[in-house]
Write a protein that binds this ligand. Sequence first.
Ligand code: CP
Length: 360
Amino acid sequence: MSAIVEPTCQIYEGWEEFYHGDTDDKKDCFLAEGKLFDIIFAQQFNRPFLDYICNLANQIRRMAKTKMGSQKLRSLLAHKRAMLYFVQPSTRTFLSFQNACHILGLKVSETRETSTSSEVKGESQEDTIRTFASYVNLIIVRHPEAGFAEKTAWVLNQTDRPVPVINGGSGPDQHPTQAMLDIYTLERSFKHIGGLDGKKIAMVGDLKRGRTVRSLSYLMKNYRDVTLYFVSPQIFRMKDDIKAFLNKHGIKFYESDDFRSIMPEADAIYMTRIQQEYADDPSGEIDAYPDFHFKKEHLGIIKPHCTIMHPLPRRYEIDVAVDKDPRAAYWRQERNGMWLRAALIAYIFGVEKEIGTEFL
Ligand code: CP
């Protein structure tokens, strides 16, 4: 058996200062020719952009339903290649990006664990990513470390071959494309009742370590008069940085550990899993927190239009008996991710003008 060599640690001058800098000051680093180039954190998205991408996702999903439409879509980026570097486990983010690439005709390469790459010989992660950029036109990254996708984009943008980087989830920090597909799902769910503006959203579970609820909270600044309920056990309360952001942007939020009392208030309930993988001792976290589970009997006390969401995977947070209720949106939500991610890739490569309105 060959030994695994310690990864080479390379010092990038200026990175630490950049990483710890103000998010608003960083945004320009991830733009090219006046539009988003890298997709790194949710604070990059404004309302016109979110509306635009959601509309584009609708166009793509309708176009893909016909043979002629899907052939046209597949021709749009048939000359491009993408790398899926997913070294933290993933099912739906990986598959939805892979299938989004297929919809648009991109060829896809993948690495799903470092044990099969030259990282076992000690090659640094930065050199590994730079190597991908030699072969492909787009890199999509899922990584256990907060800030990894950001560093990847920052490093590549200083080379003579920058390629766009999409953050497919970075540690307990951010999951910006999940937040976009959540917005898409919310907007579709509320399309007959005025959209997301003015709605009350309950986020439930491990809010401290759940990156999806963090990224989604950032996006709420783009919607008028939204109220958030953060419902969690005391030890998993939403972190102060998100609460400071919401206060700064005048977004109302309440914290509670009484899920049942919040249920009748909410227009959407966003369930999340206890993120055991980030515990110092995952086997030590045995409490499943049943007071923060959504059960079949709760269907009777939520609003008739309430949308039940979950980024998935789930454990015990939502009873399978809830799945049949039309308000259970989580299976639609994961499929929405494929259309939304296809729209995002079409936008990044500037081919969205070729996605016809004749399919609407
Ligand atoms: N929602 C989500 O990120 O799922 P995966 O971890 O399966 O990609």
